[in-house]
Design a protein around this ligand. Sequence first.
Ligand code: MCA
Ligand code: AMP
Length: 469
Amino acid sequence: MLLASLDPAAVAAGHDLDDAVRIAGSTLSRSDLVGAGTSVAERVGSQVGPRGRIAVLATPTPTTVLAVIGCLIAGVPVVPVPADVGVAERRHILTDSGAQAWLGELPDEPEGLPHIPVRLHARSWHRYAEPPPESTALIVYTSGTTGPPKGVLISRRAIAADVDALAEAWQWTSDDTLVHGLPLFHVHGLVLGLLGSLRIGNRFVHTGKPSPEAYAAAAGSLYFGVPTVWSRVVRDPDSARTLASARLLVSGSAPLPVPVFDELVRLTGHAPVERYGSTESLITLSTRADGERRAGWVGTPVAGTSTRLIDEAGDEVPHDGESIGRLEVKGSTLFDGYLNRPDATADVLGADGWYRTGDVAVVDADGMHRIVGRESVDLIKSGGYRIGAGEIETVLLGHPDVVEAAVVGVPDDDLGQRIVAFVVGVADPKALSDFVAEQLSVHKRPREVRIVESLPRNAMGKVLKKELS
Ligand code: MCA
Ligand code: AMP
């Protein structure tokens, strides 16, 4: 069973847990999750049927938790919609996914879709058969270098395989209390944090905004964060020291700067576990609870996963800790393609099962991996969010005051990369930034808009992004 701790028979037989999930000031027991989640499943099943797809505005609330659990019980794929989504991105996600209804929280503008409410106090004890492992659990929208976000088809099998592999690497058990304050519309917060906890059966605490104080107050044993969170934690030494009582601190979604790693060691006594992955592959590399944790390195393949490094000629690169190659991964945690996009799927997923990650890496003789960078400057990681320069440029070019636009990620101590837009035109920078936030989502808004006379271009007319910073 995917959500193994929510087995109705086991819960009825006394394997309950009073505080299985704590989120937004509410506490839900396992029997609350089973009873209310099954009631959601009944409604979803009767309104959209097993071939349906359901949009969930993924705010960090009990409603969202029950909406996701209900769909997973019913076997109906969930389309998590970013909580801070804007107009154009919301329309794109709804149209592309073919979602038939909103479940749970409602956005300002439902775009004509019906609404299925989540009733927190409703209960059903109907027993559903477990949907097939190959069926789609989630369709998670993620940015590419160009065009609007693509829907990544994630199966139940991939989620189960990844959580089990990470449990083995991190010695993650039902005795843990897992804490994070990450969004529930991406793999890190939703798949690893929430669904992982419901599979393993540990207590799960969502802190709301992932501030150092909130992490310190949560008294967890296992903490997840993106590097921006950890860098904020080490800048608050009192909160950081409180985390000394934890068992394991885990960082991922973007490179953890070495000084932040070192400060975590100094203040908490813990060398953080670093792990690497993507929406398409889930988490494929990690250092281990019982192994070396080396600053700047993301570990070895998790159980069921293999990797290879490929050079320009398509040959394998030696594992000598220095030779750089394109990282490819293969295994049971991979996605089943992009929804409606066989072309884009074929670009990254070979018939031989290797997924081309778009990242470049080195591997040492012990199989330890270091991510060196990305192949494309057009994929930006800011605060752990993956953002395509192209989608922001398209929105900016749709503004009447903009003649030309180029978007880059500039190194930033707090966010890893900061989104900066270079714009030719007579425009108000703040208005342009707000325009992107309204159309795409708040976290995609440029931190800076610089109005320039012209953009540097090569002889072919292509913008020279490396000259913009
Ligand atoms: C920001 N603000 C602004 C502007 N920029 N206001 C006006 N104009 C601007 N240009 C506002 C924000 O809305 C926010 O307001 C406040 O300023 C602080 O913003 P910020 O610095 O962004 O901090 P934050 O809102 O606290 O966000 C930092 C964060 C966040 C919490 C680290 O970036 C985050 O949650 N990141 C996680 C992303 C993630 O989960 N990625 C995983 C992808 P206000 O305070 O009012 O809100 S999955 C993945 O990558 C794979 C599978 C993997 O490996 O995990
Ligand atoms: P996303 O689709 O949001 O899951 O982003 C996936 C991308 O995040 C990867 O292809 C990497 O570029 C980056 N990433 C994830 N984890 C790490 C890490 N530990 N170190 C460096 N980059 C990472």
